[in-house]
Design a binder for this molecule. Sequence first.
Ligand SMILES: [Zn+2]
Length: 230
Amino acid sequence: MKSLDEYIHDAEQAHGHLCAGQVLGVRLAMLGLQKLGIDDPHGKDRKRLVTFVEIDRCATDAVAVVTGCRLGKRALKFRDWGKMAATFVDVGSGKAIRVAAKESSKALAREMHPEIADKNQQQMLAYREISDDDLFATQWVKVELPPEEFPGYKGERVVCVASNITNQFSASSTPPARRRAPRAESLPRQNAFPGSAGRSAACLLFCRMALRSPEFPPDRRLRCRCRPDT
Ligand SMILES: [Zn+2]
């Protein structure tokens, strides 16, 4: 693995600016890979990793930089739950770890550097200095990853009769994936955000993983975008 400074430099280039989210995302991903024993994510270990991110904010770009996981390679999975957290899955060993930023880190940054008025600058510096234990909560989790979720999986292709454009479906939208989803009534109540047709199966899959995590968001009913009828 590269050093923290090297990854932060790379993240700044990829993201377009340097911000607290880049520092946090780099450290979050480095910790996840370190826990999994993956030390060359862009080289010999590049096919070992699938990463689930739970937010589409600055830090997510940094997670992609460190892990080498990309949406276009199907190695980066986005679950829109608004959590500053990511789950790193070693597809070789089956081990997976979820790393979540602690909310207390913001207050800690204020305590450590009250002399810095700008919040972003204050957090950028503090997030370099705070220990892993104070910055993150980690938990080993079980992730069920069916074949269609793996990088390289070729989904079903259908030509839309209205637009004449080919749709290539992946795990989040294919009928086979949906059939694998558990019955809705066996799951906790979900969802105040209807209208997200077709993505429930993968979401439910991840919900099952999430349910095994005691610290998983207590407001899951509000954040989970699963459709209640699937
Ligand atoms: Zn940013």
